[in-house]
Design a protein around this ligand. Structure first.
Ligand code: NDP
Length: 250
């Protein structure tokens, strides 16, 4: 049976890889992003490879746009069977330098954004008796990360939220799991490195800290997401899986 996936932040980085991986596996994919042009490029890459995808604009901090995106994907590709909450953002600073405005922004994108999508898609999934929620957390949410106190809190919140949601809907055929990337080679990580006077040294230090001695590639994360999104993963729920080359073993 062909399923429909809704991937936030699908324009680039990890989200793009998740969208193209799901597209290659036969999912119809709604590539959802606040940046429409690169989202279109992702959707076109999926269709060029023989899959089915559309690009849809939404900002996960805006409830109306999230609901409109779910409606568009449902109308054009069918009801959402898989929702991947991947959109995320951070800026890097010591906690003492953060402001309440900053906390609100980080929480709104990284935490409440996932809640908004779940609120929009979970009732339909439970009604139809099938669904896969895959939330993108972070190893920062499991073990903490310097210069990312608020982001780590948001990602820790995602892990706890996912477990609770999983419990509430476990009997309905809908699963909810969290994938936690470690340092992954994307624009977000480059921004982190560039926030230091010696970015190359920061990246080298991060790589050394990973037991496998390499940064994650977006495809490494996408493989784990695709597993949780699959039909055969239906007996696995409320789990937190790190994809970090052995950095976090918990
Ligand atoms: P990128 O910054 O490379 O890509 C994130 C995508 O999400 C961008 O297309 C971005 O759009 C989009 N996005 C951001 N905010 C919103 C929003 N409010 N509404 C809709 N779309 C939005 O990040 P990554 O690919 O690196 O990160 C993907 C996920 O993985 C995030 O949740 C991140 O926290 C998590 N993660 C990443 C790690 C890493 O090392 N890279 C490590 C651990 C977790 P725009 O370009 O406009 O900002």
């Amino acid at each position: 049976m062909t399923r429909t996936a809704f991937v936030t932040g699908g324009a680039r980085g990890i989200g793009r890889s998740i969208a193209t991986t799901l597209g290659a596996q036969g999912f119809r994919v709604g590539v959802v992003d606040r940046d429409l042009e690169p989202a279109r490029a992702t959707a076109e890459a999926i269709t060029a490879a023989g899959g089915t995808a559309i690009a849809v604009w939404a900002d996960v901090t805006d409830t109306a746009s999230v609901r409109a995106a779910v409606e568009t994907v449902t109308a054009e590709l069918g009801p959402v069977d898989v929702a991947v909450n991947n959109a995320g953002w951070d800026d890097f600073m010591n906690f003492v330098d953060t402001t309440e405005e900053f906390w609100e922004k980080v929480l709104d994108i990284n935490f409440t954004g996932a809640l908004r999508v779940c609120h929009a898609v979970v009732p339909g999934m439970t009604e139809r008796g099938y669904g896969r929620i895959v939330n993108i957390g972070s190893d920062a949410g499991r073990v903490g990360s310097s210069l990312e106190a608020v982001y780590s809190g948001a990602k820790g919140g995602i892990i706890a939220f996912t477990k609770t949601l999983a419990r509430e809907i476990a009997s309905t055929g809908v699963t909810a799991n969290t994938v936690c990337p470690g340092p992954t080679d994307t624009a977000m990580l480059r921004a982190y490195a560039d926030s230091s006077p010696d970015g190359a040294k920061v990246l080298a230090g991060m790589t050394r800290a990973v037991p496998m001695r390499r940064l994650a590639q977006p495809a490494d994360v996408a493989a784990a997401v695709a597993f949780f999104a699959s039909g055969p993963a239906g007996y696995i729920t409320g789990q937190t899986l790190s994809v970090s080359g052995g950095l976090t073993m918990a």
